[in-house]
Design a protein around this ligand. Structure first.
Ligand SMILES: Cc1cc2nc3c(=O)[nH]c(=O)nc-3n(C[C@H](O)[C@H](O)[C@H](O)COP(=O)(O)O)c2cc1C
Length: 440
């Protein structure tokens, strides 16, 4: 049997119109109601998925790029995934749920209180995916946005403070001696930091298992500063990296080193690698999908441009496909990391026609040849197994929307293939999310 791994699911475009623009839309699920997600998450639980991480961004973007965001329902409209959590908990009993929360705009006391509440309501199945997006700050008033690293400094303080608030109630504070609680064991400490001045204590009930009962902290930032944050705070790091043994080993080593530098044990952080696999029925179909991606029509290229336009908050579809993008195509509001991803592998962006950049971004590869992620369930399972065996990988983060059709395409054959290899557990334990993630 192979090394058992954890599996997460990244609900990648968040709590918006699932299936829009695809034939699946005709199934007639109403994305605004909870039933669709409840059905999907029940199936993920059945599949043995440890946790669902729900993407979020609170902003619909800038006025000049609003249309890009909503044209293909790419960046909005969107519900708040925190508020989906209770519905999903009510529909399941073991799977964990981790909505995204922006440490730059959510007051730490409120975040600590909401997370504690959901942790109690769910029997220990809750976590927070902590992000530092600075572009949304303008919607909530308050301080001006910070730069990239300063936003992480603030997130460091925010996360420490949230945890400190969870620890407001000392052991034995629940008295059970004729009094409900002993007020002398509740710490009303004031935190005066660089970014926050907050007075405790938290009015939420303490967790039965103390620190082991706290909600999970998850993080996705991949920069050196992001990894330092993970090392200091995270129970789970969501990793975006090439899926080869050397890259996985190197990424894991950097997270583990960051944990050591923060005085933690490397094994206290689970690292899950993002795997956006396209599972098809046969090798022939995989070859057809890859070949089509190498020779896209202009309509296909414009669809790729449309997706990137939303992420880049810049309308690429308005530019000539056969000329390089002009130097002033991207404003200051555009994420440098996203730009880097868009031009990855492109020699000189200033001299490369847009068509070639889009061609590179649309290009797919066979998982069997380790050139991409298109393949049969067996071939995808081979890759996952190999990463566990040869790179000691903790697990993978599958990704997609929460439409049942998406899940069936991805999981119907992949779950049995992973189970046959002993890579995927047969069922989740009932001790909560932390217990499931750290039981092997
Ligand atoms: C798997 C994964 C999930 C992410 N989810 C979100 C999200 O829900 N909201 C968000 O604002 N950013 C999200 N991000 C972006 C990260 O927060 C971060 O900005 C990005 O990975 C760049 O890393 P850096 O900020 O450390 O440079 C995600 C990234 C990854 C790899």
């Amino acid at each position: 049997m192979s090394r058992l791994q954890h599996v997460g699911y990244f609900f990648s475009r968040g709590f918006g119109p699932q299936g829009w623009g695809r034939p699946d839309w005709a199934w007639g699920w109403d994305w605004r109601r909870p039933d669709l997600y409840q059905q999907a998450v029940r199936e993920l639980e059945q599949a043995g998925v440890d946790l669902v991480v729900a993407e979020d961004a609170v902003s619909l973007g800038n006025p000049e790029t609003l249309d890009l965001r909503v044209r293909s329902a790419y960046g909005g409209p969107k519900h708040d995934p925190l508020l989906l959590a209770p519905y999903l908990f009510a529909a399941t009993s073991r799977i964990g749920l981790v909505p995204t929360v922006n440490a730059g705009i959510t007051p730490p006391y409120l975040a600590a209180r909401q997370a504690a509440t959901l942790q109690h309501l769910s029997g220990g199945r809750f976590g927070l995916n902590v992000v530092t997006d600075t572009g949304s700050a303008r919607h909530v008033g308050g301080a001006p946005p910070l730069d990239h690293d300063a936003a992480y400094d603030r997130a460091d303080e925010w996360t420490g403070l949230v945890r400190d608030l969870w620890r407001s109630w000392e052991d034995g504070a629940l008295a059970d001696d004729g009094r409900y609680a002993d007020g002398s064991r509740i710490r009303a400490r004031r935190h005066e930091g660089r970014y926050f001045d907050v007075t405790g204590p938290l009015n939420a009930a303490p967790f039965d298992d103390g620190r082991a009962g706290e909600p999970l902290v998850v993080s996705p930032g991949g920069s050196p500063r992001g990894l330092a944050f993970a090392g200091a705070h995270s129970d789970v790091q969501l990793a975006y990296a090439p899926l080869d043994v050397a890259s996985i080993r190197s990424y894991r080593a950097r997270v583990h080193q960051a944990a050591r530098e923060a005085g933690r044990r490397p094994e206290d952080v689970r690292v899950l690698f993002w795997v956006k696999a396209e599972v098809v029925a046969s090798r022939e179909e995989a070859e057809r999908v890859v070949a089509a991606s190498l020779d896209p029509s202009d309509t296909d290229l414009l669809a790729v441009a449309g997706h990137w336009s939303s992420d880049l908050e810049t309308d690429l579809t308005a530019h000539d496909l056969d000329a390089p993008l002009p130097p002033d195509a991207f404003g200051q509001h555009v994420s440098r990391g996203t730009l880097k991803g868009f031009f990855a592998g492109v020699g000189d962006p200033g001299a490369t026609p847009l068509r070639e950049v889009l061609l590179r971004r649309s290009r797919k590869g066979l998982v069997a040849k380790r050139e991409g992620l298109v393949g049969t369930a067996e071939e995808v399972a081979d890759l996952v197994e190999e990463l566990g065996e040869e790179a000691d990988n903790d697990g993978v983060l599958l990704s997609g929307d929460l439409h049942p059709v998406t899940l069936h395409r991805l999981l119907d054959e992949l779950v049995p293939a992973l189970r046959r290899r002993g890579v995927l557990r047969r069922e989740l334990g009932d001790g909560g999310l932390r217990a499931n993630l750290f039981d092997f």
